[in-house]
Design a protein around this ligand. Structure first.
Ligand SMILES: C[S@@+](CC[C@H](N)C(=O)[O-])C[C@H]1O[C@@H](n2cnc3c(N)ncnc32)[C@H](O)[C@@H]1O
Length: 246
């Protein structure tokens, strides 16, 4: 069973192994009026600050919520301008009507939405927005690649059952899950497609950070990159769901 504290044990690897979010996503958040300097944002499941950092650079006044102590410590050092609350999204003490924006970057799938959505509704001002996005390695709509075939072979050797809940890139299912309870209504849904070139060590680091991959499997993926010439260009998809507080 994937463990949400997996990331905390890999705090040192996480920040350098995970690619940043695409510029097109940040541009869209700006176009949608979400990155207004001086507005107050809460970034949930902030990790080492991949998204928090950009929100701060955009001029927002940011509080980051992160339950992992090693990640929270790293975040405090990396983004000193952000306030950091070391807690889960379910338990973080958020003052009522104190934020204009809530964000969750590659994190919402860890939350108990039945608890978190009403809490965010309370923490946001009227007219507040919730923006949820995630980087998903391997765009299933892109043509199959030799590396993805090798990845599929590694995964096929597992006997663990697949994770419950919506799949990684099922954007419509997530949009529905975030609308349950009527606390939020989706106002913008978009998927950003992009590519990245990775060498064997990039792949080992990246796959080690995936919560359902073992270090041995990550080594097998790195070996596959070496077999395929030392570098692979792979597809990512980044679904974005923006919701308005009802
Ligand atoms: C894949 S990482 C994403 C981190 C960061 N937002 C980013 O974009 O790189 C998922 C994060 O969610 C955090 N997390 C797990 N369960 C959580 C919960 N219930 N509430 C808040 N954060 C949680 C993990 O500690 C981890 O930092």
């Amino acid at each position: 069973m994937p463990d949400p504290m997996h990331f905390d044990r890999l705090a040192d690897v996480y920040d350098r192994a995970r690619p940043p979010y695409p510029d097109a996503l940040w541009r869209r958040l700006g176009d949608l009026g979400l990155l207004v300097p001086g507005r107050r944002a809460v970034d949930l499941g902030a990790g080492s600050g991949q998204a928090t950092r950009v929100l701060v650079e955009a001029g927002l006044d940011v509080v980051a919520v992160e339950p992992g102590p090693a990640l929270a410590a790293r975040l405090r050092r990396a983004v000193p301008a952000a306030g950091v609350i070391e807690a889960t999204a379910e338990a973080a003490p958020l003052v009522a009507a104190s934020f204009d924006l809530a964000t969750a970057a590659t994190a919402v799938h860890w939350f108990d939405l039945g608890v978190v959505l009403p809490r965010l509704h309370r923490a946001l001002v009227p007219g507040g927005r919730l923006a949820v996005w995630r980087n998903v390695f391997g765009d299933m709509e892109a043509p199959q690649t030799p590396f993805r075939e090798r990845v599929a072979q590694i995964v096929a050797q597992r006997d663990a059952p697949p994770r419950p809940g919506p799949g990684e890139s099922e954007t419509a299912t997530w949009t529905g899950a975030l609308s349950v309870g009527g606390w939020f209504a989706a106002s913008h849904v978009e998927e950003f497609r992009w590519r990245i070139t990775l060498d064997a060590e990039d792949v080992r680091g990246l796959f080690t950070t995936f919560s359902d991959w073992t270090p041995e499997e990550a080594s097998q993926a790195a070996a596959a990159v070496r077999d395929l010439g030392g570098a692979v260009t792979e597809h990512y998809v980044t679904p974005l769901i923006v919701l308005d507080r009802t």
